[in-house]
Ligand binder design. Structure first.
Ligand SMILES: [Zn+2]
Length: 120
């Protein structure tokens, strides 16, 4: 994934496909010390407002599948936040540069708030 390479080249170190203990969902990229979790969502499967067009055949089936995915995404994000994580969602259509900026901003915020130091 291009985002991973870009983050790595910025000197950021992270875990891939990580599941914090006590949580049911994996995230795509995790900064475990800062507790920042990144979910990279496919446009079709996760109901991207720009690219997820209703399918022409079996549209009920697909829209239900996608609605289920979106609901699960929300539950996962809530569970992470309840466990003290900062959740970042990135659409697959977003540019890598934008995604890197968003990750770095989230890391900067958690570093400033010092929650990494308070939590074990
Ligand atoms: Zn999209």
């Amino acid at each position: 994934m291009r985002l991973r390479r870009a983050l790595h080249s910025r000197g950021l170190r992270y875990r891939v496909d990580y599941r914090p203990s006590g949580l049911r969902w994996r995230c795509d990229i995790a900064f475990t010390r800062a507790q920042v979790a990144v979910f990279v969502d496919g446009c079709f499967w996760h109901g991207c407002p720009e690219h997820s067009r209703p399918a022409t055949t079996n549209s009920e089936y697909w829209s239900e599948r996608i609605a289920n995915n979106v609901a699960r995404d929300l539950r996962a994000a809530e569970a992470y936040e309840a466990a003290g994580w900062t959740v970042l969602r990135v659409w697959e259509h977003e540019s890598v540069a934008d995604a890197v900026n968003a990750v770095e901003a989230a890391l900067a915020v958690t570093a400033r708030s010092g929650c990494g130091a308070v939590r074990k």
